[in-house]
Design a protein around this ligand. Structure first.
Ligand code: HEC
Ligand code: HEC
Length: 264
């Protein structure tokens, strides 16, 4: 069963984190040069990433204005020691906005180590559930899904089967539809920034990481601030989906999928 698999993976991620913490302690004591090397590798990968990649993929690799989220990329997930990442970085994807880069083998392995460490971090966070097994999509009960949609799932408080979700099953199929449901992409979050002088500026969230927040105002103008300098609030409607994660059971998801697939 897929979702059980994913739960196991969470445990694994926390175990990895625990082992990594142990190794980090050991390396502080000078006892584990391998772990120390790994940490150094990730650090230099991070600097390279900030210099050459963050512009498009975001500082934390979780996606930027033009580049996709690499922490949730299947390609990065399938990669072992650069097998999948290195070819993309070397050749780029001309026409899709991904430039090509000429890195030494050491530089490339540091970038790869950084991307894997980002992915592990993101997966260790709650809600890191991802892959979906196609077979799981066939097993739901559409009537039960409809009841859940209108009842305890609270979906109907934001969506309507004859409004925004009308025809959703014709626009997206199978896994793609499930992914839209679990990770809505088009949701626009609103950012409100309070400037030191007390003035507030609001607009559509355009960028966010630990250090920077940015928005686009109604005129399409881009503004960014250092997170140290301002107070801000983010209103993210799609977070309802993230909150719902913890509440879905496997059966709820299968039933919902069966129901959504009737909306043609
Ligand atoms: C100018 C913007 C830009 C820069 C700079 C950039 N990328 Fe990309 N990258 C993209 C876009 C756009 C895609 C998606 C291309 C597509 O749709 O196939 C992509 C795709 C990728 C992928 C494949 C993801 C997948 O799931 O298929 C990897 C890996 C990647 N980039 C790594 C990097 C690394 C590492 C760097 C820095 C050395 C970098 N990128 C720099 C824009 C950029
Ligand atoms: C608090 C409001 C809220 C709740 C509750 C909510 N959603 Fe959403 N949902 C959104 C927003 C916002 C989006 C992103 C905007 C969009 O893509 O239409 C979205 C997107 C989606 C999408 C993708 C639509 C598309 O066109 O790509 C699906 C499918 C979906 N939700 C299903 C559900 C289901 C099923 C539930 C109940 C388990 C649910 N939602 C609960 C706000 C909500």
């Amino acid at each position: 069963m897929l979702y059980n698999k994913v739960r196991k993976r969470h445990i694994l991620a926390s175990e990895i984190a625990a082992v990594a913490a142990l190794l980090a302690c050991a390396s502080l004591l000078g006892q584990n040069p391998a772990a120390q090397n790994q940490a150094t590798l990730v650090d230099s990968g991070q600097s390279l990433f900030q210099r050459d990649c963050a512009f498009c993929h975001g500082r934390d690799a979780a996606g930027g204005e033009t580049g996709p989220d690499l922490t949730r990329s299947k390609l990065v997930g399938d990669d072992t020691e650069g097998s999948a990442i290195a070819p993309v970085v070397r050749s780029g994807r001309a026409g899709q906005g991904m430039p090509s880069f000429n890195f030494s083998i050491e530089e490339m392995s540091s970038l790869v180590a950084f991307l894997h460490s980002r992915k592990t971090k993101v997966e260790a966070q709650v809600g890191g559930r991802r892959d979906v097994d196609a077979a799981d999509l066939q097993t739901g009960d559409a009537e039960a899904g409809k009841r859940y949609f209108n009842g305890s799932g609270t979906c109907s408080s934001c969506h309507s089967p004859t409004g925004d979700l009308a025809g959703i099953a014709s626009r997206f199929r199978g896994l793609q539809l499930e992914q839209r449901m679990l990770y809505p992409e088009d949701a626009r979050s609103k950012l409100t920034v309070k400037l030191p002088g007390g003035q507030t500026v609001a607009g559509t969230l355009a960028y966010q990481d630990e250090f920077t927040v940015a928005l686009r105002d109604t005129g399409g103008q881009y503004h960014s601030w250092s997170t140290d300098d301002v107070k801000f609030t983010i209103d993210a409607p799609a977070e309802a989906h993230v909150d719902l994660f913890g509440k879905y059971t496997d059966a709820d998801i299968h039933n919902l999928m069966a129901y959504l697939q009737t909306l043609r």
